[in-house]
Design a protein around this ligand. Structure first.
Ligand SMILES: Nc1ncnc2c1ncn2[C@@H]1O[C@H](COP(=O)(O)OP(=O)(O)OP(=O)(O)O)[C@@H](O)[C@H]1O
Length: 365
């Protein structure tokens, strides 16, 4: 049996004739932490609203636990949302904020008390029942908002940029807390952010979005190591991206030189792009390096120096190194074949997966 708690099949959403979600399909498995990642306006919140039932799809199937829910109202779905501003009632105390929805459902008083106690314990706010919302910190308010959502016993918790209002330190603390809470509760979290570091740190699976489409999905490591195109490579982490020619399987040419690489399954002499991450490049002597460059500038970033170099064709190469370089000096850049990542122009995720599979089979044969 499938472990999918949510399924989207060719789901489209338009506003005033403008398509903001382009026939999107995906599966969400029970009990995992998912993140929708992408720039402002790419459709992340639209997906959350469709799951919650706040808006209707113009086309396609939305299923929760296998059942089509397109026509099921929001309050009948086992899904709860934690909003960016938490949407707490400022004039009510913690207890009353959490009890609000339960009262509406006409839950008996004793059960409400037990439920509020239970969810406050889950978010480690036991004893805060009578505290006014105005007397709580940003992080505590957030936990109240989560507790209120959990009181409805959702199967899925939707979190729409819940950390964006917090300062950096609290934000990092809350990232740990949310991750830990999700693991402890074992319910599915769908988290929206435009912050790639947050997405990498917290998620089991990331959906990278652009202009109403999911461009790539996978684990943080997969997406970081194997971005399918320039957009994903640029969005997730820092990258050096140069145009190249795929000479043959395992052989790519850029800056007028051929390099051994681990990729294959493309046409001979196909124009491609190559990504090299700054932390995978080492600075050495011109003789020992694979590529000759000149050090231009460097910035001390605390853990490493960020060193900007230029090759003879004028391409910029950013290198992260724990050792300082000498500005103006000619040096060699060294990298391993498997750290060269080749990307085809216009390849979709399905095409990428299919190529990888058939190339790996061919390699094994
Ligand atoms: N009610 C609406 N009426 C018209 N257009 C809308 C409406 N809601 C959203 N949009 C448009 O749909 C697109 C996707 O919006 P959405 O809120 O899903 O983006 P997002 O990725 O969540 O962005 P952000 O990170 O800024 O919240 C945007 O272009 C937005 O302007």
């Amino acid at each position: 049996m499938s472990n999918n708690i949510i399924t989207f099949r060719d789901v489209r959403k338009e506003y005033d004739g403008q398509v903001v979600l382009k026939d999107v399909s995906f599966d969400i498995e029970q009990g995992k932490f998912y993140t929708l990642l992408g720039p402002s306006g790419c459709g992340k919140t639209t997906i959350l609203r469709l799951i919650a039932g706040f808006i209707e799809a113009d086309k396609g199937d939305i299923r929760l636990e296998g059942k089509r829910v397109n026509d099921i109202p929001a309050n009948k779905r086992k899904v709860n949302t934690v909003f960016q501003d938490y949407a707490l009632f400022p004039h009510l105390n913690v207890f009353d904020n959490i009890a609000f929805g339960l009262n509406l459902k006409k839950m008996p008083k004793k059960d409400i008390e037990a439920k509020v106690t239970e969810v406050l314990k889950m978010v480690q706010l036991t004893g805060f029942e009578n505290r006014e919302i105005s007397e709580m910190s940003g992080g505590q308010r957030q936990r109240v908002a989560i507790a209120r959502a959990l009181a409805n016993e959702p199967e899925v918790l939707l979190l729409d940029e819940p950390l964006s209002a917090l300062d950096l330190k609290l934000r990092t603390d809350m990232q740990y807390e949310l991750r830990e809470l999700q693991k402890r509760l074992g319910i599915t979290f769908i988290f929206v952010t435009h912050d790639q570091e947050e997405a990498l740190a917290m998620s089991d699976e990331i959906f990278v979005m652009n202009k109403g489409e999911i461009v790539q999905s996978g684990t943080p490591v997969d997406i970081y190591d194997e971005p399918i195109n320039r957009y994903v490579a640029d969005f997730i982490g820092e990258s050096n991206i140069v145009e190249a020619i795929m000479k043959d399987d395992n052989l790519v040419e850029f800056v007028g030189k051929e390099f051994e690489c681990a990729d294959g399954g493309m046409r001979k002499n196909e124009p491609v792009e190559v990504v090299l991450r700054p932390e995978d490049i080492f600075i050495t002597t011109v003789e020992k390096g694979k590529l000759k460059v000149k050090v231009d500038t460097q910035l001390f970033r605390g853990v490493h120096y960020e060193i900007v170099c230029y090759d003879e064709d004028g391409n910029e190469w950013v290198v992260h190194s724990t050792r300082k370089a000498i500005e103006g000096e000619e040096v060699g850049l060294y990298f391993e074949p498997e750290d060269i990542h080749v990307m085809r122009f216009g390849e979709t995720e399905e095409e990428f997966d299919a190529r990888l599979e058939s190339y790996e089979e061919q390699e094994e044969a």
